[in-house]
Design a protein around this ligand. Structure first.
Ligand code: AMP
Length: 428
């Protein structure tokens, strides 16, 4: 099915061809006709499914069809709220690219930067506003933004909004929207709290749920390295020295952790930068641009900072820490393998993180292969697995028994000897 078949107008089709899009993704096929029929929509879609275009294209079309005469001032007719600055910028870029032949103007507002250039642009008149909740409320309170004429409202990444504590901000924003409007609600997951929020925003919505033909996690080559916490940095350096890794997005749980990992990598002559919520917006954007243009090999990020990142052809994602929320694992590894590309996701797991891994396995319901042969293998893991092997096989294979018993009773020395043999082979 082509974009023409889902009744997109010529100026939009032209822009899509210029972007190199030839067929709509499943969420676009389903959502675009519903939105063009002016119905509310509840979209449950994972990252990387093409959901930005799924709402941006029909919004552009609806507003383009309403034809504003050239002497009329532009007023904000569509509002998209999204949790992170990076995501807001990306959505803005998408509207600009898809809407470049429509004559519609969009702008992005987010915090962490002076407001002057944003308020100047607002005064000049825009049709579509993309915003993060905090700055939006700020500018509304100062009367720079008037939401009374909103016809199309989008709440993007609703689950993440809630995680980030934006629920009250969202309620305040919704209270200022006209009751007669079309609302589109997107979330990667639909826990009860999200459904409750959706019910307060949407009227008789059509539900669209995308389970990709090949779910993101299955398209990605995943692996686990069991490693002691104290050896994680050394293992990361070892992995990143592999020339097969052209660039990697490394996730840490904390901001401090992200800074620390970036520092250690740079010391090891692996160019890395960290992005997280404590960094100034322009520093984050610069790091992101350096990573996209391959000037740095590694971007170290916290989950919140990385949520909005869309990097074409990102080959490797490395979980330096295992996330304690299993859905976060799916979001993280979904940074690679986007739009049908395959990718590699490596997870470094220490003994305290095994429980998190169990939850992840439950969620994705496919086993993640363990890499046993590496220079920093976790002693405990060797020991546990040896014990299991002994229980099952020692009776049958007395020869193995001796080797395995040695491993089980002397975990440290085995670990050290493994490292030595790696060092000898020149692989560490
Ligand atoms: P999203 O889920 O909106 O973040 O989109 C994921 C990626 O897919 C982005 O890099 C988009 O540029 C790309 N994309 C979206 N729609 C299409 C399409 N119909 N054909 C090819 N790529 C697309």
């Amino acid at each position: 099915m082509s974009f023409e078949k889902i009744n997109l107008i010529k100026p939009i089709q032209k822009a899509l061809a210029e972007e190199g899009y030839s067929v709509p993704t499943p969420i676009q096929k389903q959502a675009i006709p519903i939105i063009l029929e002016r119905k509310d929509l509840l979209g449950c879609a994972q990252t990387g499914t093409g959901k930005t275009a799924a709402f941006a294209l029909p919004i552009l079309q609806i507003l383009h069809d309403e034809k504003r005469s050239s002497h009329e001032k532009r007023i904000i007719h569509s509002l998209i709220i999204t949790p992170t600055r990076e995501l807001a910028i990306q959505i803005g870029d998408s509207f600009t690219a898809y809407g470049k032949h429509t004559g519609l103007k969009n702008m992005v507002v987010f915090g962490g930067v002076p407001q002057k250039s944003q308020t100047d642009k607002l005064k000049s008149g825009i049709d579509i506003l993309i915003a993060t909740p905090g700055r939006l409320l700020d500018l509304m309170n100062q009367n720079f933004i008037d939401l009374r004429h909103i016809k199309l409202f989008v709440l993007d990444e609703a689950d993440r909004m809630l995680d980030m504590g934006f629920i009250n901000d969202i309620k305040k924003i919704i209270a200022k929207l006209p009751s007669k409007r079309q609302s589109l609600f997107f979330s990667a997951t639909m826990p009860a709290e999200i459904v409750k929020l959706a019910n307060t925003i949407l009227i008789s919505p059509v539900k669209v749920e995308i389970t990709p033909e090949q779910p993101t996690v299955e398209a990605i080559k995943q692996s686990i390295y069991y490693v002691a916490k104290s050896d994680k940095k050394a293992l990361l350096i070892h992995l990143l020295k592999d020339p097969a890794i052209a660039s990697a997005l490394v996730f840490t749980r904390t901001k401090h952790g992200a800074d620390n990992v970036a520092k250690v990598l740079n010391k090891a002559k692996i160019h890395a930068e960290a992005i997280h919520g404590d960094k100034a917006q322009n520093t984050r954007q610069r790091a992101l641009n350096n990573f996209k243009s391959r000037q740095i090999k590694v971007l170290v990020a916290t989950d919140i900072a990385a949520r909005g990142i869309d990097i074409d052809e990102l080959s490797h994602v490395i979980n330096f820490d295992i996330p304690n929320v299993p859905e976060t694992y799916v979001h993280r590894i979904g940074r690679t393998g986007r739009a049908g590309l395959s990718g590699v996701a490596i997870s470094l797991c220490d003994s305290e993180e095994k429980a998190y891994l169990k939850d992840i396995h439950k969620l994705i319901s496919i086993p993640i292969p363990v890499v046993e042969n590496h220079p920093y293998v976790l002693t405990e893991w060797v020991w546990e697995n040896s014990k299991q092997l002994i229980n099952k096989e020692d009776v049958k294979k007395p020869k193995n028994r001796k080797i395995l018993e040695t491993a089980a009773s002397k975990p440290k020395s085995r670990n050290r000897s493994r490292r030595k043999s790696w060092a000898k082979k020149g692989r560490s």
